[in-house]
Design a binder for this molecule. Structure first.
Ligand SMILES: Cc1ncc(COP(=O)(O)O)c(C=O)c1O
Length: 493
């Protein structure tokens, strides 16, 4: 057997041979277990002494690349170590290659900047914290998990051999349309519902549906960072419009400038302040969308958990001019890792939405959609909701009670009547200046607290903290808030 060997001319001959064979192994040109030429053959081929080949092979053996010899034939080892396998996957590429900087698109650059800022905006769960008020995590209900697993294994084999519908499984869409019409005051048919991989995918597709270099997207101030990231990366001009106790200040919406705009709102429980968009503003927003040929994205992310007051009907149900795209998710109600969300689209936008979606990732996991549809049909979803509402309400009540008990008049609580989080504003302005130190000091004491500052485009004057209670045990709330009191007091002195 002839090996295509190039000696690089650097240093002793046996080392040149060693490097040449090693490179062939790393590049995958010599595979695991493959026989090598005998020392005599190779010496002849390269016109070197046999000793050179013997020494080269010895070095390769010592480093674990080859085995054998002494009449049994020399070959590449049967199992190369993993890191060598990784190198093989890279083929001939030099791992330390240097290339010109890659020219990324503006969209990729903006996404990358948000991605890199992520640890500040949404830090990973920290196991060392004794009390963590992180927003976004939820409680997993063991009863529902058990049922989910049973349904999952029962339904697995059906239809997994086929691609699914890009719009989503009809059974699930029908169930959802009924559910949303009955409980959220929506007005839709299953034909208008599309199933997506969480609301984030819905926002991404909507951005691709509408945004050109000239588009504007109006966002609530403060508001949901993940929505801003998507729209900004898609090239939209972002216009913040502030929020007060009645939600988005619709009288501040910009006039029509000849281009379709999008407005993203969380009207049932504004994120993060929790305010509810008043009826007069809902009507004003719909009228504005009609007048300016704009579209409203209604993100109804946590409306299943309403603890006080009457349920708030969705804006979508009031819209009689097809200007609202209603987005919902199962991330809060069931599990965020499920990655199932949905959109109600005006009929004429259904097909373009599905076309974009088809090009991105075909469809949402069909099997999980079927499990979810069955979970709803068999009544488990309703029971799950009732259990979770009770559980979260207990935590919310305890949190409000403890915040009032420990801070009383020093704080204003916002958005307490729904969802899985609330906002706390500290009245004393001096605390805002020390925000980073307060968070740091709490962390050292084993307490996770999260300022609302990253959710603002213009930083607020007062210290605002976002308290998630989806994942914290009720029993941990009182000691957690007592610890916060100690931390805050240490900053008063
Ligand atoms: C305002 C808002 N919308 C939507 C979501 C859910 O996003 P997804 O469905 O992609 O998990 C969240 C989650 O934290 C949220 O805060």
């Amino acid at each position: 057997m002839q090996l295509l060997i190039d000696l690089d001319g650097e240093g002793p001959l046996y080392m040149q041979l060693y490097r040449a064979v090693k490179n062939l192994i790393l590049a995958g040109n010599l595979s695991e277990g493959q026989k090598l030429p005998s020392t005599r053959q190779l010496a002849k081929q390269l016109s070197v002494s046999r000793n050179v080949v013997l020494l080269g092979y010895e070095q390769l053996k010592a480093e674990g690349y080859i085995v054998g010899g002494f009449g049994g034939g020399t070959r590449v080892v049967d199992h190369l170590p993993d890191d060598v396998g990784n190198r093989l996957a890279l083929g001939n590429a030099d791992l330390n290659y240097k290339t010109d900087p890659v020219q990324l698109t503006t969209q990729a650059e903006i996404s990358l900047a948000y991605w890199r800022a992520r640890p500040q905006l949404n830090p990973n769960p920290d196991k060392h914290l004794n009390y963590d008020f992180r927003y976004g995590d939820i409680d997993v209900d063991s009863q529902s998990v058990k049922i989910w697993k049973q349904l999952s294994s029962r339904l697995f084999n059906r239809h997994v051999h086929q691609y699914g519908e890009p719009q989503g499984e009809l059974h699930l869409r029908t169930k959802l349309a009924d559910y949303l019409n009955n409980t959220r005051g929506c007005h839709c048919m299953a034909e208008q519902v599309a199933i997506v991989n969480g609301s984030q995918q819905a926002l991404d597709i909507i951005a691709r549906l509408f945004i050109t270099g000239k588009s504007s997207v109006i966002l609530e101030e403060p508001g949901y960072q993940a929505a801003k990231a998507v729209f900004q990366a898609a090239g939209a001009h972002i216009i913040p419009v502030s929020v007060d106790q009645d939600g988005l200040q619709t009288d501040r919406l910009p006039p029509y400038r000849g281009e379709t705009s999008l407005v993203y709102v969380t009207p049932s429980h504004q994120f993060p302040t929790g305010s509810i968009l008043s009826l007069s503003r809902r009507l004003a927003l719909l009228e504005w969308a009609k007048q300016t040929h704009s579209f409203i994205i209604e993100d109804d992310y946590d409306s299943e958990f309403r603890f006080e007051g009457r349920p708030i009907s969705a804006l979508q149900g009031l819209d009689n001019s097809g200007r609202t795209l209603y987005v919902g998710t199962f991330s809060k109600v069931l599990f965020p890792a499920l990655r199932i969300g949905y959109v109600i689209l005006p009929t004429h936008l259904v097909e373009p939405f599905i076309a974009l979606r088809w090009h991105a990732d075909r469809h949402t996991n069909t099997h999980q959609q079927r499990v979810l549809a069955e979970f709803i049909t068999l009544g488990h979803y309703e029971r799950h909701l009732r259990r979770m509402r009770r559980r979260y309400q207990g935590r919310r009540d305890r949190l409000i009670e403890q915040l009032n008990h420990c801070f009383g008049e020093q704080v204003v609580l916002q958005g307490t009547n729904a969802g899985l989080h609330l906002m706390v504003q500290f009245k004393e302005t001096r605390l805002k200046i020390q925000e980073a130190e307060i968070v740091q000091s709490a962390r050292k004491a084993g307490l996770g607290i999260y300022p609302a500052t990253p959710l603002y485009q213009t930083p607020p004057e007062r210290l605002g903290l976002l308290f998630g209670y989806g994942a914290i045990d009720e029993a941990d709330i009182a000691p957690g808030i007592a610890l916060l009191k100690q931390v805050i007091e240490s900053f008063h002195s």
